[in-house]
Design a binder for this molecule. Structure first.
Ligand SMILES: [Zn+2]
Length: 273
């Protein structure tokens, strides 16, 4: 495998969205020569994108075991002998670099370091990757998989509401300008729910207008930022009095409920919305 011996001279990194299936985003982190892919559910769209942009795959990064995030791995490995980073606590046979909270995934060809955060809830071993702020390439990046979505959060398939609330809390603690690269274009549907939950939120109304316009133009609403999510995403705002009031008016929450019970009620409401 070829790599640059002079990391300090390497070009800045950028992130390319590769749409797949109905609403997935697969992410290519690249420097114009090499690329690491996040959650390649489909190999064909990645192979096409690599070819179109003249990139060589140098690493695969996985957030969790679901097929729409991992299904393309075997075929990509037939074309490129690359390391596969992924959650230590999930049974994904292709993983060569098992990771958990506090570990750093290092992609040598890109000079890219990604800090790992455990974010159980959607699945029991789900991890997120953070590229810290760096002078060369600007704002931090978060690859949140199916944990934090633009305007929402993932369903609780394997974890508890308490786990998911704690996981989202860790992501909300990242710097405000962190760009959030989630794995699905669910934003408008999430924002419809958010608007029902918190109709008086002006930042949310503004976001609905902006993101609706983007979708009408065929543009992606992702990435968002941690600041925008904290201002508009009900699953980061479940302790807000206005949201608790909505839950109670709808008869979905007892008067003396705990914050985690409020989060659970909110997630349940979204499931049936
Ligand atoms: Zn998933």
């Amino acid at each position: 495998m070829i790599h640059s011996p002079e990391q300090t001279l390497s070009p800045a990194l950028s992130v390319l969205a590769v749409p797949a299936f109905a609403d997935n985003y697969l992410w290519l982190i690249h420097d114009g020569t090499h690329a690491a892919v996040v959650d390649p559910g489909d190999a064909m769209v990645i192979l096409d994108a690599l070819k179109a942009h003249q990139l060589t795959l140098c690493a695969i990064l996985l957030t969790h075991h679901h097929a729409d995030h991992t299904g393309g791995v075997p075929e990509l490995l037939q074309h490129f002998a690359v390391p596969v980073f992924g959650p230590r606590n999930e049974a994904i046979t292709a993983i060569t670099e098992p990771l958990a909270e506090g570990d750093v995934a290092y992609v040598r060809e890109l000079g890219l370091q990604l800090t790992v955060i455990d974010v159980p809830g959607h699945t029991k071993g789900h991890i997120a990757y953070v590229r810290q702020r760096d002078e060369r390439s600007g704002a931090p990046w978060l690859f949140s998989g199916d944990t934090l979505f633009a305007g929402g959060c993932g369903r609780l398939f394997e974890g508890t509401p308490g786990q998911m609330a704690e996981s989202l809390g860790k992501l909300a603690a990242l710097p405000d300008d962190t760009e959030v690269f989630c794995a699905h274009e669910y934003t408008l549907s999430n924002l419809r729910f958010a608007s029902a939950v918190e109709p008086g939120n002006l930042a949310l109304q503004e976001r609905v207008a902006i993101d609706t316009e983007k979708r009408q133009q065929g543009l992606s609403t992702v990435p968002s930022t941690i600041a925008l999510e904290k201002a508009t995403n009900p699953f980061l705002r479940y302790k807000e009095p206005a949201i608790l009031a909505s839950l109670k008016v709808e008869g979905k929450l007892a008067a003396d409920a705990s914050p985690v019970e409020a989060f659970a009620a909110l997630r349940m409401w979204k499931n049936n919305f």
